[in-house]
Design a protein around this ligand. Structure first.
Ligand SMILES: [Ca+2]
Ligand SMILES: [Ca+2]
Length: 187
């Protein structure tokens, strides 16, 4: 059994070569109606972020830094959603960092400048202590949190909340971006 498992792992490793596409997220970056792609390509045990034009040519390749490397041995560490999150007409990309089982998801929020991705903010997406319906990207944690970002529309994002006390998953709400960089539950 152990031999079989080891063989399967070795075969799996042989098939997952550097450069293989791990994840693709399509979005129109330049407004011409044709989708560009945010792509994760395998790089060792992780994956590197690359931006492709609508013809599949490389527009930008992220540096090999922690900020732009995804994947690894734990859960998450993937691309979540893309769209104009803050309503400034430039496309945003939200991804996660890897995490252990029941802990808040740590997000990274990038903006496409026209030629590259730059970091807007990162951190957990937890409610403010005085305003439980208002969320903000920060390093503060709280007793419940945004587990996943499901979709981005202009000025708002659809998220899944998670409460570890009640283990309430799949509580899906829309958060609207306000001018302070905070996100307020709307429905
Ligand atoms: Ca396009
Ligand atoms: Ca934007």
């Amino acid at each position: 059994m152990r031999y079989l498992l080891l063989s399967a792992l070795l075969i799996g490793a042989a098939w997952a070569a550097d450069g293989d596409v791990v994840q693709t997220l399509k979005v129109d970056l330049n407004g011409d109606g044709k989708p560009e792609s945010f792509v994760l390509k395998r790089l060792g045990e992780q994956a590197r972020l690359v931006v492709l034009d609508s013809q599949g040519r490389t527009l930008w390749q992220a540096p090999r830094t922690e900020l732009f490397l995804f994947g690894g041995p734990l859960d998450g560490g993937d691309l979540q959603a893309a769209g104009d999150l803050d309503g400034d007409k430039r496309v945003d990309l939200v991804g996660t960092y890897q995490k252990s089982d029941v802990s808040p998801t740590r997000f990274r929020w990038f903006r496409w400048t026209g030629s590259r991705l730059e970091l807007v903010s990162q951190g957990y997406l937890c409610p403010l202590s005085q305003r439980p319906g208002t969320f903000k990207f920060s390093e503060n944690q709280s007793s419940y949190w945004v587990e996943r970002v499901l979709a981005i529309e202009p000025g708002r994002l659809k998220v899944e909340l998670f409460d570890p006390v009640t283990e309430e998953r799949n509580l899906t709400v829309w958060l609207r971006a306000d001018e302070n960089g905070e996100f307020v539950i709307t429905e």
